[in-house]
Design a protein around this ligand. Sequence first.
Ligand code: HEM
Length: 422
Amino acid sequence: MSQSETQDANPPIPTPGAGIDWWTMLTDPAFLASPHAELKRIRELGPVHRDGAFGVYFVLGHGEFRQMAMAPEMGRDTRLWSNGWNTPENKQRDPVSFDLFSEFQRQMVNANPPDHRRMRDVYEKALRPAQMAQLQPMIEAECRRLLDELPVDSPVDFMTAFANHLPLRVSRNLFEISPDMDPQMAQWNAALVKIGDIMMSPDQKQEALAALREYKAFLRDHLEARRGNPGEGLIALALAALDDGTMDEEETLNNLLGLVTGNENTVTVLGNGLLTLLRHPAELARLRADPDLVKSAIEEVLRYEPSINFILRVAIKDYQLGDVLIPAGALAIGLVAAINRDPARFDEPEVFDIARQPNAQFIFGGGPHVCIGASLARLEAQVGLSAMLERFPRIELAGEPVWWADRTNQRGLQSLPVRLGR
Ligand code: HEM
């Protein structure tokens, strides 16, 4: 993996499936397009595995992931990763990665207690479901604008014409950023999406570092411009936390960046959702007949075709997970597509059922770091897909969908050709 090529100091432990070549598998385009059969095979060997090459632990079981996500021994501060970007050897070997990860580091998603709670408290109440529900008219209006532009009865790429735009527009409205910034934000987001990817080339690291610096400079100016007139939204919360010393400037900017770009994950939910429905016509018909099923339909899309692959933890102390001891400093990765189809938790996990209840899918992680934007993401996906189905009584695939082949963390479509009819 890109962040670490140092020698693995931990002796191999006898986990089942120890011969798996994880890094070849996780970067294989065929796996990225459809990981389920391979993950099922590995999960049947055992819920937790240790990679012999880098000493990374992979968690495929639902119960095991739940336990790990809640465990105080397992944090998210990657500076503690004994094989990671923050070691003196890796700093010397790969200074660009070091700069990239250290300049991205100080925000809630990468923080352990007590810093994590201090930062999360600034935004948590403002992002609850009741607050997000007030955004519904704005999200619907953005959907209408995008849908008005879609051609009828000729092929169109759903990703580039709709899905790529909606979350970005919602995010810039939420953070009171001018629509003029859309193309620039799209460019920055495309560079930043590679952070955390295990296939980052040297050029992509440079691009991500440049985008990170430019985005943060823009957000600094954006905050300063609002200082005399902060309003009552998330910008006001950021300014108040900066001014009263709850967060320093670096934390304020990194957390804002995390919130503004977090929405990019919703792009893939829209694409994965539409494709999965098109591939399950009976479920699509069921949703059209009963649009109130959209909430549970989105939960099922998030379970069945999760839009991210990895959820990370770094052991703060030695941690016993079932039969496996995860030593302090080790990286552990929850593989969401495996966790979300674990038969120990889900009846008939390979069946796509838009009314599935209960549905304890784990796309938003769990424990103290559970996604703070989950309510917004859910609402946006529900509104976006409902708007598409309502506007177009006929939606057909118009070609082969293309999955991103060079994104190992985010799992989604690069293009989804469809033909829309009224
Ligand atoms: C479908 C869309 C989304 C997915 C799949 C997703 C997924 C995740 C995951 C897996 C985590 C880490 C959870 C853990 O470690 O246990 C996370 C955390 C986070 N997400 Fe999201 N997210 C989405 C949308 C959003 C949105 C819309 C925002 C911004 C409003 C956002 C902002 C954040 C932030 C700031 C964190 C860090 C929370 C913390 O560490 O306390 N995400 N997200």
